[in-house]
Design a protein around this ligand. Sequence first.
Ligand SMILES: [Zn+2]
Length: 161
Amino acid sequence: MQLRIGNGYDIHRLVPGRALILGGQRLEHPAGLGLDGHSDADVLVHAIMDALLGALSLGDIGLYFPPDDQQWQGADSLELLEQVVALVMERGWSVVNVDSVLVAERPKLKPHIASMRSAIAARMGLAADQVGVKATTNEQLGAEGREEGISCHAVVLLQKP
Ligand SMILES: [Zn+2]
């Protein structure tokens, strides 16, 4: 059996007048902020997509869904994730598991973790226990700590028989 590991990272700015979508779930930020970006700016799903592509040295999401392409404006990132999973499966690989950590001061993410995991797992054709989503604050340090943005780190493991 062959194994591959992939690492992904993403960050988006928090701005007024945008929805806050993480793991396909629409959340309320206490200051009314949301993530800025060309698509729905779902930083969690973007980090997972980059980890999947990275595991097979297929580049990054900017290559497949360029921000200057109108086609992806306001795109539902879970749909883009499905396309990336299809690329992986076409090459004969399957996902063993995903793990991720969101870095955000607010809102409290814990109540939403289970729904994020099941939404991501459903789109990837996985069981919820194959998708780890964790959340941490940045102890008020750095860009995430000042609520200038929300970032996410993800790793995936792929196998091929
Ligand atoms: Zn992104």
